[in-house]
Design a protein around this ligand. Structure first.
Ligand code: FAD
Length: 479
């Protein structure tokens, strides 16, 4: 498996076209604005080498029998689902958002749906996926996952859009592959991954068949360009977490990109686009739960520390205790949905395991909707210092430092500097640009709340509950 250094070196062998703030990025691994994102992915490689995390970070490949990164593993039982959830929380409680679990989610969805496609229409997609999976596992690579298209007018299907390229589509079928054109609008981590896995963003009709496409390409494939945003807040000395760890997103443009057949996993079979979208969403919603539980761990810890710095014991001052227990309730209840979703996971006909969809969707919905309540609690508990603490540089000015240390102290035995560091961490993750980012990734990352509600209603056994009431009351449904 790769070391963090080998991961960064491997990025040097790629030459993606990445624009950021009006400039072409010369070298992704040397670009300061992307550094926090590269650090977050590096952490997944670093933890992979730690003996104490081996059980959680590694798995045995069911293809080769070798030990591989769990981030590239196909779930072979419910314990794998649970460990994926725990791994995501572990990584995200340090890195905020470790991004690489997207690869795991896409591979598991493709594993299930390529198998189904081959069974139903006698195609060769599953074997291609297995070959690709083995390549990723052998090289210990990271992929971004590009599902969300620009989508244009939301009330129209892909083929109804005025501009036919608003959803990524196949423009040519050749003997040796396909040519694709269009875009994927929001892709986490894309500039500093090795490959892009493309998935369809919704179910399709026969008229949309050219949009029912899934494949993988290297990030520097001919015709691929990205317009990226920076990862975290690399240039801000008061960004306690996000100057070290952050996440870039990119819009990816595909300008007549050739994809050889060996990397194509769906090409026009519109009946399977919805299944692929749905399967990815279920796996990814479990990841979202683990990731936000990791962020929740930081929020809970920092809010309790902040109260202590202010001289208020979080276990004994009534209203602080109430608020922090409420925060714990939010985090652990959506995490519990993730645990339940893993334990109740089911084997697919392809032989891999997928999380229980109802609990995965409820957990994702809870974390998305309650992120604002969670931030509110940390704001209320902390006081105004959360957004008004002096810059770290001001604490270095000899004359000022002494006065600031005196006046910004809370509890007598806790140095002002500690109080300010906690305040800056909370500002960073709840009230800065990065804080806004965390609310947005919580609410929309992995699908909008409405998408979750629709899935809950689709998968929940409402009929069984209705017949329960019929049994209890003796009311009979008319035939
Ligand atoms: C920080 C971040 C990182 C992300 N990373 C990735 C990534 O790595 N890969 C990836 O593929 N995606 C990624 N996403 C995209 C994410 O999956 C989408 O944001 C999400 O699915 C919502 O899609 P949208 O942003 O286009 O919003 P929209 O779909 O436009 O939703 C906006 C609103 O319109 C409503 N709406 C939309 N369509 C309809 C309709 N037909 N009828 C009625 N109401 C409708 C929605 O319910 C919602 O309320 C990321 C998003 C964020 C914020």
């Amino acid at each position: 498996m790769k070391t963090p250094e080998e991961y960064v070196e491997s990025l040097r062998r790629l030459n993606p076209i990445v624009y950021m703030k009006g400039k072409l990025v010369g070298s992704v691994p040397d670009e300061p604005l992307l550094k926090p994102g590269i650090n977050a992915i590096s952490l997944t490689y670093e933890y992979g080498l730690k003996p104490e995390y081996r059980d959680i970070m590694h798995a045995t490949s069911h293809i080769s029998g070798r030990e591989v990164s769990r981030l590239l593993h196909i779930n072979t039982n419910t314990d794998d689902l649970l460990k994926k959830l725990e791994m995501t929380r572990l990584l995200c409680r340090t890195a905020g958002c470790a991004q690489r679990y997207l690869t795991h989610d896409a591979l598991n969805a493709l594993y299930e749906v390529t198998h189904r496609t081959d069974e139903e229409i006698n195609a060769e997609y599953h074997q291609r996926l297995l070959d690709y999976l083995q390549y990723l596992q052998n090289e210990d690579l990271t992929t971004s996952v590009a599902m969300t298209d620009a989508k244009g007018n939301r009330s129209k299907r892909p083929h109804e859009q005025q501009d036919p390229d608003l959803y990524l589509r196949i423009v040519e079928r050749k003997r040796d592959g396909i040519v694709v054109r269009g875009n994927k609008a929001i892709v986490t981590g894309a500039p500093y991954t090795h490959e892009i896995i493309v998935l369809p963003t919704r179910s399709m009709t026969e008229d949309d068949k050219d949009y029912a496409v899934s494949f993988a390409v290297p990030i520097d494939a001919d015709g691929v360009e990205m317009v990226s945003r920076q990862a975290g807040r690399p240039d801000d000395s008061s960004a306690e977490l996000s100057s070290r760890y952050g996440q870039a997103t990119a819009l990816i443009l595909f300008d007549d990109v050739f994809v050889p057949w060996e990397r194509v996993f769906l090409a026009g079979e519109w009946q399977f686009a919805g299944a692929l979208t749905e399967s990815f969403a279920i796996h990814h919603r479990l990841s979202c739960i683990g990731a936000r539980a990791g962020l929740g761990d930081m929020l809970i810890g920092a809010s309790a520390c902040m109260a202590e710095c202010n001289g208020l014991d979080p276990k004994n001052v009534g209203h602080i205790r109430d608020k922090i227990s409420e925060l714990i309730k939010f985090v652990e209840s959506f995490y519990a949905c993730g645990v339940t979703s893993s334990v109740f996971g089911k084997e697919t006909p392809a032989g891999n395991f997928r999380p229980d969809p109802v609990y995965a969707n409820i957990g994702k919905l809870l974390q998305g909707l309650h992120i604002y309540d969670m931030f509110k609690i940390s704001h209320e508990v902390s006081g105004g210092i959360l957004v008004t603490s002096p810059y770290p540089e001001d604490m270095e000015v000899p004359d000022v430092k002494e006065k600031l240390s005196r006046y910004l102290k809370g509890r007598e035995d806790i140095p002002a500097d500690h109080r300010l560091k906690i305040a800056r961490l909370l500002e960073d993750i709840t009230a800065s640009y990065q804080g806004g980012w965390y609310s947005m990734i919580s609410i929309h990352g992995g699908g909008s709340p409405e998408a979750g509600r629709i899935e809950i209603m689709r998968k929940y056994d409402l009929e069984e509950r209705k017949s329960l009431v019929e049994r209890i009351t003796g009311i009979k449904k008319e035939e």
